[in-house]
Design a protein around this ligand. Structure first.
Ligand code: ZN
Length: 247
């Protein structure tokens, strides 16, 4: 089998990847950069906070380095790790919150991207430990799904990853109690747009509380939307980068 050498720069760890894995690594890096810019423009990553990762293979992921500015990500802001957290390539150190990402990839084999950020309205719900479970808007049910409320633990700790793992099976979007938000996707587009939907859910929930009681769907209407959700599991297959607008 022919081997492609990745990481030509001397400060990088040397790791040999097959051509197929090397191509997957390059594609994953592009998607993380695109997602960082997409979310950065929306002010979801204030003060360098938050982190983004993408799956390269069953055993490998690429994540943002600790302290990277997500809106202006470049290749040197990315770190290749295996699922045990061991760094294999990259100029910096992996995000301190890598545990959550690893847990999501381990328990959800179909997930290709994990995003953790702090959008303000969703973070307000997280900061008050208020569940985001009031709205029955069609887009929220079909594209976002139920939002898990993850019990607080210190950011980056094994305990927080453990708390997240309890909800990973049934959710693609999460509030991290007194911390921020996390979304998953089978594609980068899914994970990024779910962060948008989560923030929209929080904003509309706040406005709805001012106006009255949220509309409650009857069982038949709800079932119809839930069936759309299962039929549309692969929405957002187009790479995020092809729909990027200029900064
Ligand atoms: Zn965080």
């Amino acid at each position: 089998m022919s081997i492609a050498r990745v990481a030509p720069r001397e400060y990088h760890w040397l790791v040999d990847l097959t051509p197929k894995l090397a191509a997957a690594y390059e594609a994953a890096k592009s998607e993380v950069i695109a997602a960082g810019r997409y979310l950065g423009r929306r002010q979801y990553h204030v003060a360098l906070a938050g982190n983004v990762s993408a799956r390269v293979s069953e055993d490998l992921l690429v994540c943002t380095r600790h302290g990277a500015d997500k809106q202006t990500l470049v290749q040197d802001d990315l770190v290749l790790c295996d699922m045990s957290g061991r760094k294999l390539d990259g100029a910096g150190e992996a995000t301190s919150e890598l545990n959550m990402h690893r847990e999501a990839y381990k328990l959800r084999p179909e997930v290709r991207m994990v995003i953790h950020s702090h959008p303000p309205a969703a973070t307000a719900f997280a900061a008050t430990s208020t569940p985001l479970d009031q709205l029955q808007l069609p887009e929220m049910i079909v594209l976002l799904g139920p939002v898990g409320l993850v019990q607080y633990a210190t950011p980056g700790s094994d305990e927080l990853a453990q708390n997240l793992s309890l909800l990973l099976k049934d959710h693609d979007a999460f509030l991290l109690e007194n911390h921020g938000a996390l979304t998953l996707g089978r594609t980068a587009r899914q994970a990024a747009l779910r962060m948008d939907l989560l923030e929209q859910n929080a904003r509309v929930s706040l406005m709805t509380k001012q106006l009255g009681r949220p509309f409650a769907l009857d069982h038949a209407s709800l079932d119809t939307l839930l069936s759309f959700r299962s039929q549309m599991a692969n929405w957002g297959s187009e790479p995020l980068s092809t729909r990027q607008t200029a900064d």
